[in-house]
Design a protein around this ligand. Structure first.
Ligand code: PAF
Length: 283
């Protein structure tokens, strides 16, 4: 059995009112569809913690950097609903574009600071699109908790900042990145890699984890990261947009005594891949 698909906001709100009247808690998993095991792990986490689980499926035009990329994004709604069926999802909420962004829609949510480096520098406007749609999805689904993958680390920090700054009454639950057997972080974009490129892609997590271990062992980050970038280029990646050691929360310069993160974005076979790993800086 597939998960029940709900499209009109009024119908979604009717269900939410009923659930809340019974004192039930609601967990939401925001997605753009093309679901894989990474998404399912978020749904399982939501299922464990909340009485009702809503998965949202909306391919948000405002977070794409080009209309071609938006058009190319995989749309697999029927398969997504089937995948969610066995997980006892209460609603797959698939709002219409015109209901999310009616023609007179004039509000953008913009988070500064944490959104500016890395993805923000390489994908202008992307995080405004994410912040706006996440705020809309929270308002449409009124959850007690929302589940986000650590794979999109910078997005997760944006959402935490947004919820804290706007005093939104919900908890953000981070969930670990799910990896394939060779270490590649699961992503809907992986499907676009050729068979040969998919085999080469394992070099990305290998470089990342290798560099993190050497930083933790006390090597100076700058030359090591330059070496790791060169190794990625040698493995067929290009361009490497960034491979950077940052503070885990602010994404500014890393501070000793605080959790750090090593983050990467690199192209392979015309596909942009991102990944990140925690780093404990030597004291
Ligand atoms: O991570 C994603 O899939 C998207 O950025 C999100 C959070 C669903 C907003 O469109």
């Amino acid at each position: 059995m597939s998960a029940p698909i709900i499209r009109p906001l009024a119908q979604m709100r009717g269900l939410i009112r009923r659930w809340k009247a019974h004192g039930e808690t609601i967990g939401v998993v925001p997605t753009m569809g093309a679901l894989h095991e990474g998404h399912l792990s978020l749904v399982r986490a939501a299922r464990e913690r909340c009485d009702r689980v809503i998965v949202t499926l909306f391919v948000n035009p405002r977070q794409f950097n080009s209309p071609e990329d938006f058009a190319k994004y995989p749309r697999t709604e029927i398969a997504d609903a089937e995948l969610l069926g066995p997980l006892a999802v209460d609603a797959l909420f698939v709002p219409e574009g015109a209901e999310v962004y009616p023609p007179d829609h004039a509000t953008t949510v913009s988070v500064t600071g944490v959104t500016e480096p890395l993805e923000g520098a390489h994908r202008p406007g992307h995080f405004d699109g994410v912040a706006t749609v996440v705020t809309l999805l929270f308002n449409m689904t009124q959850p007690d908790a929302a589940f986000f993958g650590e794979k999109d680390w910078q997005q997760l920090q944006l959402v935490r900042r947004l919820v804290s700054d706007l005093k939104l009454p919900l908890e953000i639950v981070p969930c670990p990145c799910v990896r394939a057997g060779d270490g590649l972080a699961l992503s809907s974009r992986n499907q676009r890699l050729s068979v040969a490129a998919r085999a080469q892609a394992a070099a990305l997590p290998q470089s990342l984890f290798g560099a993190a271990a050497r930083i933790e062992a006390g090597e100076a980050p700058a030359p090591l990261l330059a070496e790791a970038e060169a190794a990625l280029a040698g493995a067929g990646f290009g361009p490497v947009e960034y491979l950077a050691l940052r503070d885990g929360e602010s994404l500014g310069d890393p501070q000793s005594g605080r959790p750090a993160r090593l983050l990467v974005a690199a192209w392979l076979d015309g596909v942009r891949l991102i990944d990140n790993v925690a780093v404990t800086l030597p004291g």
